[in-house]
Structure formats: C-alpha cells, structure tokens
Design a binder for this molecule. Structure first.
Ligand SMILES: Nc1nc2c(c(=O)[nH]1)N[C@H]1C(S)=C(S)[C@@H](COP(=O)(O)O)O[C@H]1N2
Ligand SMILES: [Mo]
Length: 320
C-alpha cells in the first residue's frame, strides 16, 4: 500500500484533477512494482498514465436537421450528470464520475459481416462519412424519464451505404467497447458485457437512425458514449448503444443485452409504446428531466409519422 504523505495532498491541490489521478495511479503502480518484479510489468502497463481527459472538440458549421424537435432542450449539465452507462456503474451519477479517464484515443470501429466492403474506421474517417448535423431529439428511457438533446452526427444509412451490405444482411448487430480494467464498476452491474444491441436492416436504414459523435456542439462526453454511439429516438434509451467498436451485418437477429438479462421485460424491438407496460414501469407517462409534472408518452416517442410503417402488420404487444 502506498503511504499517503502530506506532499501528495499538496500535489493534488496544485494539479488539475485528471493529471493528479493519473499520477496517483502511476505512483501506486510503481510502489507495487518494487515489491514484485514480474507482476509489476503488467500492473504498470494498465495503470500507466494514458492520454485521458482530452479536450472536447468543438464542431462548427453544423447543418440544422429537419428532424429536430422544437421542444426545449435539457441543459448540458443535466444530460451529462444523469446517465445510464452500466460499464461505469449503475447509479445515474456514476458515469460522470467514473468515465472521466476513459481512454478513447486511437478509436477504431470495425464494420464487418455480410458486406461487400468491410472497413475498420478511425474517428477521423467516421467524421468524413457525411456532413455533420445537429439533431435535437426526444430521448426516452424505459425507466420513464426523458430528455431533449441536441446530438451531432448523421443518419446511420450513410455508413450502411459505404460498406454495401449483401442480400444476406437482414440485421445489424452493435457492440460496445469493454475493458474491465478501465471499467471496474462493470463487474457489479449485473448484466453481461460487452454491451450488445441490434436493429433490423430496414430500421437501421430509417433516416431517423443516427450515428452520433457529439452533443451541444462538442464531441461526446465520455459518460454519454464517447467517441461514437447510436441514437434511435423512437425506441427506449437502452437501444441507443454507447462507445461503439463493432457493427456487424448478418442474416440472424442478434442477441441484445437487456433481452438476455430479462426477456420478460425487454424485447428486441423495444419501440416506445405507452400501451404496453413494462412489468415494473408503466410506459403511459414520463417525466422530462427538470420538470415536476409528468407528461403522456407518445406512441413511437412521437416519431410515428416516420417509422410506424416499418411495423405494418406486426402485433406490437407480441413484438415489444
Ligand atoms: N454500452 C452501453 N450503452 C448504453 C447503456 C449502457 O449501460 N451501456 N445504457 C443505455 C440506456 S438504458 C440509456 S437510457 C441510454 C442513456 O444515454 P445517456 O446517458 O446519454 O442519456 O444509453 C444506453 N446505452
Ligand atoms: Mo434506459
């Protein structure tokens, strides 16, 4: 154990927090290193200071999307301090604290499966796929809270066209990054990682389905799914998978994290539907963060004009 000396406190006082945290990890690793030479190398490797707390990129020249709601946006403070990101802990306040040093440098998203042109995309390449839009969406969690967020990104269909799915591709499977060393709180989350999600190909091609790289004119904060996530506004929030590393086109319906964890409560489709209650949460009403009175939840979260036809002839009580 590292003995905490008065000098450490002084260092903390004069050093910006992320640097201080890394220095502490470094010192801890070094003290262990001197004890056990063989183990030390590995411990040092994962505790070594990394390039973290990268400054947010400011986006300019964003296209204003015609799909934006005119409802009042939630505050940046709100949207970055009330999160679900179970890899970093299950409390709504955990991700803001625990994702601070998440290392997103050299990020690569593998796009693979039944496609003519599989790709491994860097963030620079992703940002060049299509012009960036600001798109203000309602976003509704199955836990009956909702927020309004100015996301930045572009329709996911742009990426789909880039890789040219073959006729076999009927579904898209998504996978999040997972590293228990960077996300130690995930061990206690009670769900399996890496987090996985999926869409039918026609759902993925909807112009509303959004590949998101930022919000409030900046790159995504770590707790909101940096550096790249999905946003699917007519479905419950858990479909909007964060910190994407893999996108796979395939013929079979992919497994999804919350369906695996609790199939009675969470189906593959998970369209916002006020008429189909979850066993624990009525879905009829919702609370917009920051508001006192609840409001009625709208079918497909109010996006029915654009997406209802995807489900023609389907019994949405059965396919929840
Ligand atoms: N990888 C991953 N993605 C995730 C989650 C998660 O725990 N892990 N939580 C989901 C849930 S339940 C919701 S409501 C939204 C929350 O997004 P936000 O924190 O940006 O509002 O992210 C979704 N994406
Ligand atoms: Mo959620």
């Amino acid at each position: 154990m590292l003995i905490r000396k008065a000098t450490d406190l002084t260092y903390a006082d004069v050093t910006p927090k992320p640097v201080y945290l890394n220095r502490r990890k470094f010192l801890q690793a070094m003290s262990i290193a001197s004890a056990t030479a063989v183990l030390s190398r590995r411990l040092y490797e994962f505790a070594a200071p990394s390039q973290t707390a990268l400054a947010a990129t400011k986006f300019s020249g964003l296209i204003k999307s015609p799909f934006s709601t005119t409802e009042k946006e939630n505050s940046f403070e709100n949207v970055t301090h009330y999160n679900n990101f179970y890899e970093f802990g299950t409390d709504k306040s955990d991700p803001a604290k625990n994702a601070q040093n998440f290392n997103i440098s050299n990020w690569v998203v593998s796009v693979e499966g039944d496609v003519a042109k599989p790709r491994k995309l860097s963030m620079d390449e992703i940002l060049k796929i299509a012009p960036l839009e600001e798109r203000i969406y309602r976003h509704r969690c199955v836990e009956a809270w909702s927020i309004v967020v100015p996301w930045i990104g572009f329709s996911f269909s742009n990426l789909v066209k880039l890789v040219e799915p073959t006729p076999k591709a009927q579904f898209v499977a998504f996978q999040s990054y997972y590293d228990p060393r960077q996300m130690p709180q995930g061990r206690w989350a009670g769900i399996a990682f890496p987090y996985v999600e999926g869409l039918r190909l026609d759902e993925a091609m909807s112009p509303l389905t959004f590949l998101c790289v930022g919000m409030y004119e900046e790159s995504l904060p770590n707790q909101d799914g940096a550096p790249v996530r999905m946003v699917i506004p007519w479905k419950y929030g858990f479909k909007s998978i964060k910190s994407l590393v893999k996108i796979k086109f395939q013929s079979k319906m992919p497994p999804t994290t919350w369906n695996i964890a609790n199939p009675q409560e969470y189906g593959f489709y998970s369209n916002v539907n006020p008429n189909v209650p979850n066993p624990r949460y009525s879905q009829a009403r919702e609370r917009r963060l920051g508001e006192f009175f609840m409001r009625n939840t709208l079918m497909f979260n109010g996006y029915g004009d654009q997406v209802a036809s995807l489900y023609n002839g389907m019994d949405l009580k059965k396919y929840y």
